[in-house]
Design a protein around this ligand. Structure first.
Ligand SMILES: Cc1ncc(C[n+]2csc(CCOP(=O)(O)OP(=O)(O)O)c2C)c(N)n1
Ligand SMILES: [Mg+2]
Length: 1028
C-alpha cells in the first residue's frame, strides 16, 4: 500500500511539494461590494476568507470581530480603498486568539487573515489527502508513494507512523509555527470538526482532523463536484464522536466476526486439503455486508442482488445469504450424485436466492447471489441488469426497494475493463440502478502478483472516481471502523442514489487458495502476515477490555457456533443427491411446472390477425402526439409505411414493429437496447421521433398500441458491448415474460462482449440450470464494407451449438419443439421480414426460454424483394425453419440438376444470377433460416425431393467462416453420406472480408459462377477449393 511517511511530507501544500514558492490562487470576489474588493490587502485567496466573514457580518454584525465590523461598515459606506481598515481594539478584547498569545502579538490584521487562511488550507488538505496517511494497512507495508510515481519503487517496505501533531514542522508549509498551536481559529463552514464550537485552538483542530481522516478510515471524496454531497460526507466523518457504538451494536459485531472466522476455521479443520478461497485476513467482510444489508433494509430495501468472485464466497453463502450449512458442507463430498443437469461446480459459481426476515430491521428481505463464471468481474453488468429489471417490474423508479452490491478483488477491480464499462452505466436513465455499493476485498495481492506490478494507480479503486463515487478506504482489522463505513455507504446510497465504494484494506493469510505456497513469491509480506494476530482475537480482546462482553460469554459464543457447524456437518452426511435447481438465483415462479418442466412442449402459431397488422402498421406510420413536428425525411419514411400497410406488405422494420407491437399488446414487455438502436444504425427503425422544434421532446409511437399494453423500452446505450450485453442478459434473467433484445452496431463488434457470449449465453443453462431468452441482433453480410463491418462471425456461434453433427435424430412429430428445448441456443438468419416477425414472437410464445442469435440484414433492409406479404403473418402461419424453392424448379423436380442450400442475403444474389442465366428449371435454391438447431427433418425433405441433383452449400463468407463447417457434416448425416456436399463461396481467409470494393464484386461473381457452373464439381476437372 502506501508509503506511510509523515504528515510533514504528505500534507504539505502541493506547491511546496513541488519545491515551488507557495502560490496563491486568485478567486474573484463573488459577493463583496466593490469597495471591499478594492481593499489592497484583500488579494489572492484571502478574498475567500473575507467573503465568508462578510456573509457572516451581513447576517449579523456581531458574528464577526469588532475590527471586521468596523471594516465592513466603512467599506459599505464607500470609504476609499486602503482606508476602510482600522486597527482593532487592543488584543485583550480579541476573541479568536488565546490571551497568552495576545499579549505578545502586535495587532496585524493581515497576519490574522493569513493565519486563518493557512488553517483553512490545512483543513482542506486533510480532507483532500488525509487518506494518504491514514493507517489503512493492517500489515503496515507499503508500495505506493502518492506524491511521486503511483508505484514508487524507492519506498521503504515497512514504514513507521508518527504522530502528526508532534511533527509541527509541517505547519511551516502553511506559514504557521508551533507558537500558533494554542491560537484559536474560526472554523470554515466546510468542516464539522468543531461540533458545537465554531472556533478551536489549532492544536485541537489538528487533533480532530487526525481523528477524522488519518486513523483507520481514509475518505476519498473531495473530487466530487457536488457541494452538498461533499458536505454530507464531511459531516459523517468529521463530527466528533461519530465512531462510537452502543454495547449492543458491538456485541452483534463480535458475533458476526465469530461466525465469519470460525466458519473458515471449521472448513480448514474438516477439509484441510481442499481449495476454498478462504476469507482469512478479511473476516470483517461478513459484518461489512451484513451492516450494508441491515441499514438498507431499514431504509426500505426489500431485495438485494449480489455479485461476487471466489474469495469468501462460501462464507457469504453461509453467513450472509444464510444457505443451510449442510448444503454447503456436502459440496465437499465427491460422491454427491447430480439430480439434474449443471456443471456441478456449485461452491464457487452457482447462485442462490433466499427470502427471510432481517433481524435488525424486522422486515422481510430477499437476497440473491448471482451465479457467475470464473471470469472475474464479468458478472458485474449482469447483476446491474437484473437489478434494473426488478426495479422496473416493481415500479421502483428510485431504487428504493431493490439494490445491488458488487464485491471485487483488488487486482480484478483495477485490471478488468468491464468494471469501467459497468460504472459508466451508473447514471444512464435506462440503465441506472440508482446506486450500487461496491465492496473491495483489497488483500493487496492478486494470485501471486503484488500491486506494484498489477496496476498503475495508487489505489485499486481509482476507477470509481469517473462516476464521482466516494471511496471509503478502511483498515479491515478494525471491525468497528468497517461497520461505520458500511453504515455510511448504505446511507449514502439511500440519500443520493449513487454508487459508493468500500475498500476493505486487508491481507490474505494463506496462498491464493489454501494449498498454494505464498512464500515463493511474497516472502516479506508473508513473514509479516505470519506475525499478524487474527482480527477476531484482537477485536475480542478489545471488547473484553472495554467490558462489552466477558471472556466467558465470548468463549460460549464461539462454542455455540462451532456446535452449529458440527451438527450441520453430521446432517450433511445424509445428503446424497445434489439438486442444482436449489441453487437458482432467479426462479421464475409459475413459468415451469413444480418439478421445473415446461408447461407444454409445443409452440402455438405465431401469426396475428389482419386487423392487428393494420392497426400496428398504422401506428408505425403515424405521429401519435399533437403538434409534434418531425423531420421531412421521416415524414416520407412514415408515408412509405402507410403505403406498405395499404399494399399489405412489410419491410424489415415494419415486420419488427409488428412483432414488438403484438407482444406489447399481449402484455409482454419489450426492451431493445444497444448502440443507436432508437433510430437504427442503418436509419431504418425510427422508434423514437424527435420534435424538430422542441429540445428533448420525443415520441415513441410503439407505446400507443393500446391502453393496457405493456411498456416498450428502447434505449441507445453507452458505447460498450461487454457491459451492455451483460446488462441485458441480466435484465432478461429477471422475468421470462419479456422480450429483451440487444443489437450490435455491426455484428463484428459483438466480440468485445465475447465473455458474456461464451460464459453466460451459450453455456449458462448447462452450467447453472438457468434459462434465458435474450435476443442478439447482429447485422451481418458481405457488402464490400471491409473486414470490420461485414461479419458477425456465424461460424463462432455455430461452433458453440450443442447438437451432434454426426447423429441423425429420430424425426418424430414433435422433433422441432424437442430440438429447440434441447439446444443451448437458437441461431437464425432470416431472409424476409415475416420470418423475422415469427421468430421474435416464437421467442415468447414457446414454453421455455433459449437465447436467440439473429444475423440481421443491412442492404436487405431496403431490398425491394425482401418484403413479406401480410398473408405470411396471419393466424396459422409460423416461423419457417427452411424455405423451399417455390419457383419453376420445385414444379419439375426431376429436371433439377443442382440443389443449392444457402442462408441469408446470398439467396437474393443467387436467384438474380439464376434468372440471368435462365437456369430456373435446373437449379433449386433452398434457404436455411434456422441454422441451429439444425432442421434435419426439412433438409431431408428437400434433398429427397431433388433426388437427381447434386448438392451445393453456397455462402458469401469465406470458407473457414460463415456456416459451411457447421452445415456440411449435418447435411451429410441427413443424406446418410450418399452424396458429396460441394462448396461455392469465398476461399479461406484470415480476415472476414476485403476492403476493396472491386475485389469484393469479383469474389462475389466468382462464387456465383461456381454455384451455377454445373460442371464445376466434375471430379476430373475440379480445382481444390470446392472439395467435398
Ligand atoms: C478474467 C480473469 N482472468 C484471470 C483469472 C484467473 N484468476 C483467478 S483469481 C485471480 C487473482 C485475483 O486477484 P484479486 O482480484 O485481487 O482477488 P483475490 O484472489 O486476491 O481475492 C486470477 C488472476 C480469472 N479468474 N478471471
Ligand atoms: Mg487480491
Amino acid at each position: 500500500m502506501h508509503r506511510f511517511t509523515t504528515t510533514v511530507l504528505k500534507l504539505r501544500p502541493l506547491a511546496a511539494a513541488q519545491n515551488l514558492p507557495p502560490t496563491r490562487t486568485v478567486h474573484p470576489a463573488r459577493w463583496l461590494n466593490a469597495s471591499v474588493v478594492a481593499e489592497p490587502f484583500l488579494n489572492g485567496t484571502s478574498s475567500n476568507y473575507v467573503e465568508e466573514m462578510y456573509m457572516a457580518w451581513l447576517e449579523n454584525p456581531k458574528n464577526v470581530h469588532k475590527s471586521w465590523d468596523v471594516f465592513f461598515r466603512n467599506a459599505n459606506a464607500g470609504v476609499p480603498p486602503g482606508s476602510a481598515y482600522q486597527s482593532p481594539q487592543p488584543l485583550g478584547a480579541y476573541p479568536l486568539v488565546s490571551p497568552a498569545v495576545h499579549s505578545v502579538l502586535q495587532p496585524n490584521m493581515e497576519k490574522v487573515v493569513e493565519d486563518h487562511l493557512a488553517v483553512h488550507s490545512l483543513i482542506r488538505e486533510y480532507q483532500v489527502r488525509g487518506h494518504h496517511v491514514a493507517k489503512l494497512d493492517p500489515l503496515e507495508i507499503s508500495c505506493v508513494d502518492f506524491d511521486d510515481a503511483p508505484n514508487g519503487g524507492n519506498s521503504s517496505f515497512y514504514s513507521v507512523f508518527s504522530s502528526r501533531c508532534e511533527q509541527m514542522l509541517c505547519l511551516g508549509y502553511y506559514g504557521l509555527a508551533e507558537r500558533d498551536l494554542d491560537k484559536v481559529f474560526r472554523l470554515p463552514k466546510t468542516t464539522f470538526i468543531g461540533g458545537d464550537d465554531s472556533a478551536l485552538p489549532l492544536r485541537e483542530i489538528i487533533r480532530r482532523l487526525e481523528m477524522a481522516y488519518c486513523q483507520h478510515i481514509g475518505v476519498e471524496f473531495m473530487f466530487i463536484n457536488d457541494l452538498e454531497q461533499c458536505q454530507w460526507i464531511r459531516q459523517k466523518f468529521e463530527t466528533p464522536g461519530v465512531l462510537q457504538f452502543a454495547h449492543e451494536e458491538k456485541r452483534t459485531l463480535l458475533a458476526r466476526m465469530i461466525r465469519s472466522t470460525r466458519f473458515e476455521e471449521f472448513l480448514q479443520r474438516k477439509w484441510s486439503s481442499e481449495k476454498r478461497f478462504g476469507l482469512e485476513g478479511c473476516e470483517s467482510l461478513i459484518p461489512a455486508l451484513k451492516t450494508i444489508i441491515d441499514k438498507s433494509s431499514e431504509s426500505g430495501v426489500e431485495s438485494v442482488i449480489l455479485g461476487m468472485p471466489h474469495r469468501g464466497r462460501l462464507n457469504v453463502l453461509a453467513n450472509v445469504i444464510r444457505k443451510e450449512l449442510e448444503q454447503i458442507f456436502c459440496q465437499f463430498e465427491s460422491k454427491l450424485e447430480a439430480a439434474d443437469e449443471g456443471s456441478g461446480d456449485v461452491k464457487y459459481h452457482l447462485g442462490m436466492y433466499h427470502r427471510r426476515m432481517n433481524r435488525v430491521s424486522d422486515k422481510a428481505i430477499t437476497l440473491s447471489l448471482m451465479a457467475n463464471p470464473s471470469h472475474l468481474e464479468a458478472v458485474d453488468p449482469v447483476v446491474q441488469g437484473k437489478t434494473k429489471a426488478e426495479q422496473f417490474y416493481l415500479g421502483d423508479t428510485e431504487g428504493q426497494k431493490v439494490m445491488s452490491i458488487l464485491l471485487h478483488g483488488d487486482a480484478a477491480f483495477a485490471g478488468q475493463g468491464i468494471v469501467y464499462e459497468t460504472f459508466h452505466l451508473a447514471d444512464l436513465p435506462s440503465y441506472t440502478t440508482h446506486g450500487t455499493i461496491h465492496v473491495v476485498v483489497n488483500n493487496q495481492i492478486g494470485f501471486t502478483t503484488d500491486p506494484r506490478m498489477a496496476r498503475s494507480s495508487p489505489y485499486p479503486t481509482d476507477v470509481a472516481r469517473v462516476v464521482n463515487a466516494p471511496i471509503f478506504h478502511v483498515n479491515a482489522d478494525d471491525p468497528e471502523a468497517v461497520m461505520y463505513v458500511c453504515n455510511v455507504a448504505a446511507e449514502w446510497r439511500s440519500t443520493f442514489h449513487k454508487d459508493v465504494v468500500v475498500d476493505l484494506v486487508c491481507y490474505r493469510r494463506n496462498g491464493h487458495n489454501e494449498i498454494d505456497e505464498p512464500m515463493f513469491t511474497q516472502p516479506l509480506m508473508y513473514k509479516q502476515i505470519k506475525k499478524q494476530k487474527g482480527v477476531l482475537q484482537k477485536f475480542a480482546e478489545k471488547m473484553i477490555s472495554e467490558g462489552v462482553v466477558t471472556r466467558q460469554r465470548y468463549e460460549e459464543e464461539i462454542s455455540k457456533y462451532d456446535r452449529i457447524c458440527e451438527e450441520a456437518y453430521i446432517r450433511s452426511k445424509d445428503e446424497k443427491i445434489m439438486h442444482i435447481k436449489h441453487w437458482l438465483d432467479s426462479p421464475w415462479p409459475g413459468f415451469f411446472t413444480l418439478d421445473g418442466q415446461p408447461r407444454s412442449m409445443t409452440c402455438p402459431p405465431t401469426g396475428i390477425s389482419e386487423d392487428l397488422l393494420v392497426h400496428i402498421g398504422t401506428i408505425a406510420a403515424s405521429v401519435p402526439e399533437q403538434d409534434f413536428t418531425i423531420h421531412g425525411g421521416l415524414t416520407r419514411i412514415l408515408r412509405g409505411r402507410a403505403t406498405m400497410v395499404d399494399q399489405r406488405v412489410c419491410d424489415w422494420a415494419l415486420g419488427e414493429y409488428m412483432a414488438f407491437g403484438s407482444l406489447l399488446k399481449d402484455g409482454v414487455h419489450v426492451r431493445l437496447s444497444g448502440q443507436d438502436v432508437e433510430r437504427g444504425t442503418f436509419s431504418h427503425r425510427h422508434h423514437v421521433l424527435h420534435d424538430q422544434n422542441v429540445d428533448k421532446r420525443t415520441c415513441i409511437p410503439m407505446n400507443y398500441i393500446c391502453p393496457d399494453q405493456a411498456p416498450y423500452t428502447v434505449c441507445n446505450s453507452s458505447l460498450s458491448e461487454y457491459g451492455v450485453l451483460g446488462f441485458e442478459l441480466g435484465f432478461a434473467m429477471a422475468s421470462p415474460n419479456a422480450l429483451v433484445l440487444w443489437e450490435a452496431q455491426f455484428g463484428d463488434f459483438h466480440n468485445t462482449a465475447q465473455c458474456i457470449i461464451d460464459q453466460f449465453i451459450s453455456s449458462g443453462q448447462t452450467k447453472w440450470v438457468r434459462q434465458n431468452g435474450i435476443v442478439l441482433l447482429l447485422p451481418h453480410g458481405m457488402e464490400g464494407m471491409g473486414p470490420e463491418h461485414s461479419s458477425a462471425r456465424p461460424e463462432r456461434f455455430l461452433q458453440m451449438c450443442n447438437d451432434d453433427p454426426d447423429v441423425l435424430p429420430m424425426l418424430t412429430e414433435d422433433f422441432a419443439a424437442q430440438q429447440l428445448y434441447d439446444c443451448n441456443w437458437i441461431v437464425v438468419n432470416c431472409s424476409n421480414p415475416a420470418n423475422y416477425f415469427h421468430v421474435l414472437r416464437r421467442q415468447i410464445l414457446q414454453p421455455y426460454r433459449k437465447p436467440l442469435i439473429v444475423f440481421t440484414p443491412k442492404s436487405l433492409l431496403r431490398h425491394p424483394e425482401a418484403k413479406s406479404s401480410f398473408d405470411d403473418m396471419l393466424p396459422g402461419t409460423n416461423f419457417l425453419r427452411v424455405i423451399p424453392d417455390n419457383g419453376l424448379a420445385a414444379s419439375n423436380v426431376d429436371n433439377v440438376k443442382r440443389l443449392i442450400f444457402c442462408s441469408g442475403k446470398i439467396y437474393y444474389e443467387l436467384i438474380r444470377e439464376r434468372k440471368n442465366r435462365g437456369m430456373d428449371q435446373e437449379v433449386a435454391v433452398v434457404r436455411l433460416e434456422q441454422l441451429s438447431p439444425f432442421p434435419f427433418d426439412l433438409v431431408k425433405t428437400e434433398s429427397d425431393r431433388y433426388a437427381n441433383a447434386d448438392l451445393v452449400w453456397c455462402q458469401e463468407e469465406h470458407k473457414n467462416q460463415g456456416y459451411y463447417d457447421y452445415v456440411k457434416p449435418r447435411i451429410r448425416t441427413t443424406i446418410q453420406r450418399s452424396k458429396p456436399v460441394w462448396y461455392a463461396g469465398r476461399e479461406p481467409a484470415s480476415a472476414p472480408a476485403t476492403g476493396n470494393k472491386r475485389t469484393h464484386l469479383l469474389e462475389l461473381q466468382r462464387l456465383l459462377d461456381t454455384a451455377f457452373d454445373l460442371k464445376a464439381f466434375d471430379l476430373e476437372t475440379m480445382k481444390p477449393p470446392h472439395g467435398f
